[in-house]
Design a protein around this ligand. Structure first.
Ligand code: F6R
Length: 242
């Protein structure tokens, strides 16, 4: 893990967006997987600014969904897809044919998992992943206790995720399961960026970086990734023994 600590949220967003722009300049046909949630939102808005200034072109990239609340789709307020479309895919005019998301409303979620696994395999794997971390240490919806050798799967959400997840919804929403890429696919990605900001993430960040690698803290699996860049603000890094 390469740990980078910056002044504040704006700076980690700026540095992360620069990293992504440089990556895509080197590899215009990159296979990309970006998290929803609030942490990367400023990064996405900066990426849109870069594209609007003509400094980067994402039109040849493919975008793979990271996770979704089971029962919701892109038209549901608060869904992961809604976030990705509103903040990135629509402003960048990404072609539908370059976006690969699961249908979390499908009656056969197992088929959706295998569909995404096959798409990732057929494209030769994910090049660049951008992740956030849950206060419980989840990555995507790989919740505490998850097996590290899983590919895309459906999972019972952790109680913390059900409670914290309400922040994405205007009205209280029953959250029970998630569909998510697995830790195996995270570890097989060529480059991973993990962003965290704010003191609420400090405990999880410490366990991820300095704790033992255990499925009780899914993000600790990133210690096994050779090309993982951790972008932290001072608050999120406050407990690290740097
Ligand atoms: C969302 C996702 C989650 C979030 C994590 C942090 O697609 O995969 O793992 O990245 O829960 O969420 P925020 O950024 O809202 O604190």
């Amino acid at each position: 893990m390469i740990i980078n600590v910056y002044k504040d949220y704006n700076e980690i967003s700026q540095k992360t967006s620069e990293f992504i722009v440089e990556y895509v300049k080197q590899k215009p046909e990159a296979i990309i997987c970006f998290a929803g949630g609030t942490t990367p939102l400023r990064t996405y808005s900066l990426l849109v600014d870069y594209a609007n200034r003509g400094e980067i072109d994402f039109s040849s990239c493919s975008f793979i969904g990271l996770d979704e609340w089971v029962g919701l789709d892109r038209h549901d307020d608060g869904s992961c897809q809604e976030t990705m479309y509103n903040t990135l895919f629509s402003p960048l005019n990404i072609k539908e044919s370059n976006i690969f998301f699961f249908d979390a409303k499908s009656v056969n979620l197992e088929d959706e998992c295998r569909k995404i696994d096959e798409i990732i395999s057929s494209k030769g794997g994910i090049d660049l992943m951008l992740l956030g971390i849950g206060v419980n240490g989840h990555l995507g919806f790989n919740e505490p206790g998850v097996q590290f050798d899983l590919s895309t799967h459906v999972i019972e959400l952790d109680e913390t995720t059900k409670v914290v997840g309400q922040k994405y919804f205007k009205v209280e929403t029953e959250l029970t399961k998630g569909i998510t890429l697995g830790i195996k696919q995270v570890l097989n990605s060529d480059t991973v960026i993990l962003m965290a900001n704010g003191d609420k993430k400090a405990d999880a960040v410490k366990a991820m970086v300095e704790g033992e690698v255990t499925n009780q803290m899914p993000a600790s699996a990133l210690q096994k990734h050779d090309n993982c860049y951790v972008m932290l603000d001072k608050e999120a890094a406050a407990q690290l023994e740097l």
